[in-house]
Ligand binder design. Sequence first.
Ligand code: PMV
Length: 332
Amino acid sequence: MAREGRGSNIAVIKYWGKRDKKKILPINSSLSVTLSPFDMGTCTSAAYNPSWKGVKLWLNGKEEDANTERIQNCLREIQARSGESDMKEGIRIVSTNNFPTAAGLASSASGYACLVAALGGLFKVEGDLSVIARQGSGSACRSMYGGFVKWEMGKEEDGSDSIAVQVAPETHWPSLHALILVVSDEKKKVSSTGGMEESVRTSKLLAHRAQAVVPDRMVRMEQAIKDKDFAAFGKLTMEDSNQFHATCLDTWPPIFYLNDTSRAIIQFVHAFNEEMGQICAAYTFDAGPNAVLFVEEANLVKLAHRVSAAFPPSKDKTLEDHLADDELRNKV
Ligand code: PMV
């Protein structure tokens, strides 16, 4: 049996758009921060016994279909590298997230990364596994590594150079914190796969972003991280989140992932930075209304106080409530 843990990741330069849907090859490189698996991540155990029938998977205590194209892609690739003859039989996978799966907080990234890591461990597959995790869910390749990780889009048609590379380890910038603001735990109406497809098909801004904007931002973001330059890191993070959501608005028909609360958070962060006289906090939003705020330790308490004053938890549930709900569900 093999057991692995992987953290979810938050992109600061976003991946949006595939050039090859089957192999999951992106139209631009991206960069993210991997969260600690103990704070927000997935733990997966995998076991193998050739006498067991089929492949079975339990996610958060509930049996799920293991026969999906994405899971089968990961199994096929692990099989090809391990020399095992038949991976359609004898595998049991048990996976648990320590955060609400439904809240749209990148559960697929840590989920597929962890699945591939556990299968890799079980069948003793060595070397870089990010190329396999990518075929489960694109952003999952970045969760194979901790710290700050870039996903190089690559040039090869077979995707062999479309891999994740660690830019700096998890110990590099210990004073950097991420605050997750759960605005809504509803399942998103437009999936990232569907949204990307429509954006690639209809948005002119997306092609411009991929070719003319992201390459330069990748270089500057890597430097900002290496220098631990929060002002540069924060500005690039916010600009890139805003441009990603602008490409969604530029899609036909337009896609709206942000809601009024998300926009109020954006204004709140700009007002906070204005008051501080420099960029001390940064927001980013993925394909949903929930915000992630980055802040350095020196400003963390001040920002957290301001957030709870500006957005008091009222009738809506807090993240703790959701975690308690999930814990209950897992016990049932
Ligand atoms: O890997 P996917 O298909 O869940 O897409 C992730 C897309 C974003 O979260 C919006 C951006 C990113 O780079 O993670």
